[in-house]
Design a protein around this ligand. Structure first.
Ligand code: IPE
Ligand code: IPE
Ligand code: MG
Length: 244
């Protein structure tokens, strides 16, 4: 993979979260079944994962299926789960070559066994990857993750945001806790978080685009990162020049 001119070796690696929305509408507007949009969305996911490392992204968390998405028609849910399974099976080898380390975040107890198996295999075979940490959120709820971290808090005194962040990381991911989110991108025109990484996004920059997920590509990702790098993240402070 090539690194782009957007960054140099001193640039810290970013954690970017993407809410991959709009695949259903992409299909409907073309007179296609929603499933066709989800399939096309898988291709967009492939493009974006391939481009991410070269743009200075160290951790990429992709929202693929929310805990609320179980309420969709059973046929759509079944199609989505099948597409995820195919994706994990088809990408495993290329991830190993590219140095991607995959983990799936979210509940696992409601996933079909064949999908779980594909997830486990992909996680095990990519465990040594160091170029990009890829987290795919399936049956994920930001609030549920917080509740599960709160359960683990039991007895930890004093309770601090740092301790809580560690517990949340442990409750969310089977790897070491991920860094705070720097940038959240949402495609598909909606301007909301839909229960994605709520705690971890406390100071994330937000980037919304009307483009539907299947049309998202490396060029738009680069544009989002350029806009991100032009923003002033103040974390509650005032600019250094006026600090005294
Ligand atoms: C995002 O696309 C994928 C999932 C939520 C699974 P949608 O399926 O929500 O597409 P729209 O928003 O209906 O167009
Ligand atoms: C958010 O999309 C979840 C994913 C992209 C996986 P939704 O389409 O489910 O969100 P809402 O219902 O518009 O908030
Ligand atoms: Mg949607």
């Amino acid at each position: 993979m090539m690194q782009s001119s957007l960054m140099n070796s001193a640039t810290p690696l970013l954690h970017v979260g993407i809410i991959m929305d709009g695949s259903g509408r992409w299909a409907t507007s073309r007179g296609l079944p929603r499933e066709a949009g989800h399939r096309e969305g898988m291709l967009a996911t492939r493009r974006v994962v391939e481009a991410a490392w070269g743009m200075g992204i160290g951790t990429l968390t992709l929202f693929a299926f929310s805990a609320e998405n179980w309420c969709r028609p059973p046929r759509e849910v079944a199609n989505l789960l099948k597409i995820f399974e195919e994706y994990f099976v088809s990408e495993k080898t290329v991830w190993v070559e590219q140095g991607v380390c995959l983990s799936v975040i979210g509940r696992r107890d409601r996933l079909p066994p064949s999908l779980l198996e594909a997830v486990n295999e992909a996680e095990i075979s990519t465990a040594a990857g160091r170029a990009l940490r890829l987290r795919i959120a399936i049956d994920f709820s930001g609030r549920d993750a917080i509740v599960r971290a709160a359960e683990r808090l039991n007895g930890e005194r004093p309770a601090t945001p740092e301790i809580f962040a560690r517990l949340l990381g442990e409750a969310t991911d089977n790897r070491t806790p991920a860094p705070e989110v720097d940038l959240i991108i949402r495609t598909g025109g909606e301007r909301r978080l839909s229960d994605f990484l709520l705690w971890e996004s406390a100071y994330a920059e937000l980037y919304f685009t009307d483009r539907m997920w299947p049309d998202f590509d490396a060029q738009e990702l680069e544009g989002a990162l350029r806009e991100f790098r032009g923003r002033h993240r103040r974390f509650g402070r005032v600019p250094a020049a006026v600090a005294d």
